[in-house]
Design a protein around this ligand. Structure first.
Ligand code: FES
Length: 72
């Protein structure tokens, strides 16, 4: 999973599997989640900001409690 915090206290989690050809997104650069295979980038909400991926990252439900983030 990749976990983002677009605003203080607002967390989201996504599968690391790139929807283009299945590589694992490997880094976050500024406000972009980056796939190293063909250069797709995704916003902190998982949406595509640069292809070749045509769809966003798959959201994963999480719970935030007592300072811990867990899968819901
Ligand atoms: S597998 Fe991620 S851009 Fe191609």
């Amino acid at each position: 999973m990749v976990v983002t915090q677009a605003a203080a206290g607002s967390y989201a989690a996504f599968s690391t599997t790139c929807p283009h050809q299945g590589c694992a997104v490997a880094s976050v650069a500024g406000a972009s989640i980056v796939c190293p295979c063909h250069g797709s980038t995704f916003a902190l909400d998982g949406s595509v900001t640069n292809g070749p991926a045509q769809t966003g990252l798959t959201s994963r439900p999480i719970m935030v409690a007592n300072g811990e983030i867990t899968l819901a």
